[in-house]
Design a protein. Structure first.
Length: 260
């Protein structure tokens, strides 16, 4: 069995969360870490976890690519304060990348995003929670610097895309990186998995994101991570059961999940 380390169960695609969990178990996926993005999606994430104990673990987030205000940030901070004992992480949080090209003043957007991430990482440290990061490509180096500066012990760079040098610094700092079904057909991801020790890897669906290749006509959901784990095993030249075991241990360790 394995765990999906990053899934948007708040999305309307997962209106039937119980059915989603059942389908996942049929593919040897024990459950999912459910991430939120703002006040409303965080609330739906909490509800999904409450109704699916021991199969859905909640993280509350503030997505850096979404159009959110300072007041929105304060409401999410209040959510985390109120629910911290129920959470396995703060996330999805991080730094913007994809929307910077359309920003009128990209430097100002970056500065504000760094300040927001610092506030959220401080909150994670206060409650001893790991951080789930959206920090693709060039944003990864800045996010790593913030984690180190704020004294974050546990963090996951979700759907990681960065240079080999930055990836090595992330792993050397004790943080983890996760891979999606992209791994099955994208050389960039495969090369990264070859370099990164399996002890520093997680697998995720980022569902309901739709993938290409063999997944083009497959509904996206937590069940996809079993296939990702198989590909990790192939790249690492390990038996599938051994790779799945180590990936599950990594997930349970970083999110402090009790393996039932």
């Amino acid at each position: 069995m394995i765990i999906d380390s990053h899934c948007h169960l708040h999305d309307p695609a997962f209106a039937d969360v119980r059915g989603t969990v059942i389908r996942a178990t049929e593919h040897n996926v024990w459950g999912a870490v459910a991430v939120g993005c703002d006040l409303a999606t965080n609330e739906r994430t909490l509800r999904a976890a409450a109704e699916n104990a021991k199969a859905v673990w909640p993280a509350l987030g503030f997505h850096p690519e979404w159009t959110l205000t300072r007041q929105d940030l304060e409401t999410v901070e209040a959510q985390i304060h109120a629910n911290h004992a129920r959470l396995v992480a703060v996330g999805e949080v991080g730094l913007p990348w994809y929307g910077l090209g359309a920003a009128g003043d990209a430097d100002a957007v970056r500065r504000e995003a760094r300040e927001r991430l610092e506030r959220l990482t401080d909150l994670a440290c206060r409650y001893d929670l790991p951080v789930i990061l959206h920090a693709p490509h060039g944003a990864a180096a800045d996010a790593l610097a913030i984690l180190k500066r704020r004294g974050v012990d546990r963090a996951v760079f979700h759907w990681h895309k960065a240079s080999a040098e930055i990836t090595r610094e992330i792993v050397d700092a004790g943080y983890l990186v996760s891979v999606t079904p992209d791994l099955v057909y994208r050389d960039r991801d495969r090369e990264m998995v070859e370099r990164v020790p399996i002890e520093s890897l997680l697998v995720e669906s980022d569902a309901p994101w739709q993938y290409q290749g063999e997944f083009e006509n497959v509904t996206s959901g937590p069940w996809l991570v079993a296939r990702v784990a198989e590909e990790v095993a192939k790249i690492k030249r390990l038996p599938v059961d051994e790779a799945m075991y180590q990936l599950t241990v990594n997930t349970c360790r970083v999110f402090d999940i009790v393996w039932a």
